[in-house]
Design a protein around this ligand. Structure first.
Ligand code: DAH
Length: 344
């Protein structure tokens, strides 16, 4: 038995298959179900206990050796075949690279920006890391006033020249920067990311996106605010969309309002999205509080203005009927792919 094993081992070591057919013959000869190794095992079954002890390990090791050799040759043939394809046919098409698509939030932001551009609004941006002055104080949030608790702030550093440093909780801070830096008239929209210390769920996230609007000039009235936002809604949701304003409160506007639109899904009849009311809220707005103008060095006797702020996620949810905010930041290709047709 040992003699056979030695003989086969040297045969295997000397063997070098030239092609896949030779390798297959090798497999049949040694490893096949009627092959030489099978014969050896059959023989092994018949030997006495003394020889069993002697040959058991040797036989198993030999089988292992033959299988390893076979596997190595097989793999080398497979890569050769693959490479051959490349070497011989350079005209074969490559693997297609899938085209990405715009993120739904980018699509909606762009749509909103384009509408306001038509009305002569410019686009401005500000920093995401803000000081207390720009995020709160200049916007008429009094020190220690509970209004500051309306927004759960991520603080970065307490104290400092301009107060605490924090991640901005709204894009209204950009209004302040804009007014501080320039002279009226101002007519701008300010898109950006904002942060709030909220537990992440389907309905809340610790970061989201807003678009702020600001219009300051002589003789700007609430009627201008209404007409501007009315035009915006007709453009975004289609003609015939109704709007209504409800009185509200924001420290930086007086008077303040929230604007609802007739539900785009049921056209006002009442459905799940509008919770049966026929209306959905889309933004906050109001006349810029004179204190805010003064805080930014603008004469509130000469100038008036209006401002508004909306959440891009909210508008996107309404437009595409997305029910879970987390989808926007998970980068799940199956979700993002659905907006592929909207590339432009
Ligand atoms: N900053 C407000 C928020 O984050 C939204 C807002 C409301 C902005 C009214 C405005 C405004 O400019 O006039 O909830």
């Amino acid at each position: 038995m040992q003699a056979k094993i030695d003989q086969y081992t040297s045969e295997i070591n000397a063997f070098q298959p030239a092609n896949a057919d030779e390798l297959e013959s090798f497999r049949i000869k040694y490893l096949g179900s009627k092959g030489l190794i099978k014969d050896l095992f059959d023989e092994f079954k018949l030997v006495g206990p003394e020889e069993k002890r002697l040959f058991g390990k040797v036989l198993n090791e030999f089988k292992q050796h033959a299988e390893t050799k076979y596997q190595e040759w097989k793999e080398s043939f497979e890569t050769k075949v693959q490479n051959q394809g490349i070497e011989t046919d350079l005209t074969l098409p490559g693997e297609g690279i899938e085209l990405g698509s715009r993120h739904p939030l980018s699509l909606v932001r762009r749509e909103i920006v384009e509408i306001f551009k038509k009305l002569g609004f410019t686009v401005a941006e500000g920093p995401e890391i803000e000081d207390d002055w720009h995020n709160f104080s200049a916007l008429n949030f009094p020190e220690e006033h509970p209004a500051r608790d309306m927004q759960d702030t991520f603080f970065i550093k307490k104290g400092g020249e301009k107060g605490d440093i924090a991640l901005r909780t709204h894009t209204s801070s950009v209004q302040v920067r804009m007014m501080e830096q320039g002279k009226p008239p101002f007519r701008s929209i300010m898109p950006g990311r904002v942060y709030r210390n909220e537990a992440i769920s389907a309905r809340a996230h610790c970061f989201f996106h807003q678009i702020e609007g600001l219009y300051v000039d002589e003789n700007v009235s609430f009627a201008d605010l209404k007409q501007t936002l009315y035009y915006f809604v007709q453009e975004l949701y289609g003609e015939g969309t109704k709007v209504r304003f409800r009185p509200s409160y924001f420290p930086f506007t007086e008077p303040s309002a929230e604007m609802d639109i007739s539900c785009s899904l049921c056209k006002g009849d009442g459905c799940n999205m509008c919770k049966g009311s026929g209306w959905v809220e889309i933004l906050g707005c109001g006349m810029v509080d004179p204190n805010v103008l003064e805080n930014c060095g603008i004469d509130s006797k000469q100038y008036t203005g209006f401002a508004f702020g909306m959440g891009i996620e909210r508008i996107t949810n309404l437009k595409y009927e997305i029910k879970d905010l987390r989808l926007f930041s998970e980068n799940d290709i199956r979700f993002l792919k659905q907006f592929q047709s909207e590339i432009s």
